[in-house]
Design a protein around this ligand. Structure first.
Ligand code: 13P
Length: 340
């Protein structure tokens, strides 16, 4: 495997492939397990992650892990990062330490984790990580986001990305404008544009090499409580317009987060974006968490006898999203493999 940063960034958006985000923190994964009555232990989380990491390499270029996972070994005693690289899947790691309340505000958050980051990146690189992820969250509401929230988060993303490149890791830069709220798609487009503008300004100031990173943005979409949900074509047009206006052509790839969209909607939107005519200077693919994992988690349900079903469910979603990254996804693909 070629380990220069440009090759890693382009390998992550190889034709027909995308990223599996499996980097939920222990409390977040425990919440997802609780909802299905699955006990969350170090062992059950390992079993679940190992299930996800085997069998979808055809459509998965990289996996984002959480600190606990990158330190774990498979049931066969192989470090999970190696289990991935043995299948030519690039191991990645979430390196932020979470979104905390922004000073003086109860409604907005700043992502922390810069202190000591250089040493942590170096350790993760020694454990086999090739890329990293840092997520900033921006909330839309009356009068929000504030300039303070956007600029503080953009600055942190810039410093994180620069440190990653210094430590020979490809940064995935994730500014997420949340779907929570009743805002319109127009408002989402406006805010996403402001945020991307601030983020690329910060990346420029911190001398981040754009060819050696990926952007992980939200799609431009109406808030989940908006009285006028946007149609698929509207989402595709607004998303691509916003990205064209704000993302430099030097960035090799844009990999969307799913952000709470259900699995098929996330696939349909990605496909519609890739089918739009006109210039797309970057690869456009996925880095989904819930939209890839949810059917697999439900199929597995914490039971060993369902491991195969869980893997089949992930394979199916990865295959559909792989096709959507090429604009060749169809409804029939859902029917054909619905039975596994
Ligand atoms: P979702 O696709 O579930 O939004 O997760 C992606 C992710 O990595 C969030 O940081």
């Amino acid at each position: 495997m070629n380990h220069d940063l440009g090759s890693i960034a382009t390998a992550l958006v190889a034709k027909g492939k995308g990223i599996l985000a499996a980097d939920e923190t222990v409390p977040t994964l425990t919440k997802r397990f609780d909802a299905l009555g699955i006990q969350s232990t170090e062992q059950s989380r390992r079993t679940y992650r190992e299930m996800l990491f085997v069998g979808a390499a055809e459509f998965i270029s990289g996996v984002i892990m959480y600190d606990e996972t990158i330190r774990q070994k498979s049931s066969g005693g192989v470090p999970l990062a190696q289990l991935l690289s043995d299948q030519e899947i690039l191991p990645g790691i979430k390196v932020d330490t979470g979104a905390k309340p922004l000073a003086g505000s109860s409604d907005e958050k700043i992502t922390e984790g810069l202190d000591g980051l250089r040493d942590r990146l170096s350790e993760y690189r020694g454990m086999g990580a090739c890329f990293a992820k840092w997520r900033a969250v921006i909330r839309i509401a009356d009068g929000l986001p504030s300039t303070a929230c956007v600029s503080a988060n953009a600055h942190a993303l810039g410093r994180y990305a620069a440190l990653c490149q210094e430590q020979h890791l490809v940064p995935i830069v994730e500014p997420e404008v949340l779907m929570d709220g009743s805002h319109t798609i127009e408002r989402c487009e406006e805010v996403t544009g402001v945020v991307l503008h601030a983020v690329f300004q910060a990346l420029f100031e911190q001398r981040v090499v754009l060819e050696h990173m990926l952007l992980k943005p939200n799609m431009v979409i109406a808030g989940e409580a908006c009285s006028r949900p946007a149609k698929v074509q509207e989402v595709a047009v607004a998303t691509l317009r916003c990205l064209r206006r704000h993302v430099p052509a030097a960035v090799p790839g844009i990999v969307f987060l799913s952000g709470g969209q259900d699995d098929r909607t996330a696939t349909t939107h990605l496909n519609a974006i890739n089918r739009l005519p006109g210039p797309k200077p970057w690869k456009i693919s996925f880095s989904y968490g819930r939209a890839l994992q949810d059917p697999a988690l439900t199929a597995w349900h914490g039971r060993d006898e369902n491991l195969k079903l869980g893997q089949q469910a992930l394979y199916h979603r990865a295959r559909c999203n792989g096709a959507a990254s090429l604009g060749t996804y169809t409804d029939q693909m859902e029917a054909v493999s619905a039975g596994g």
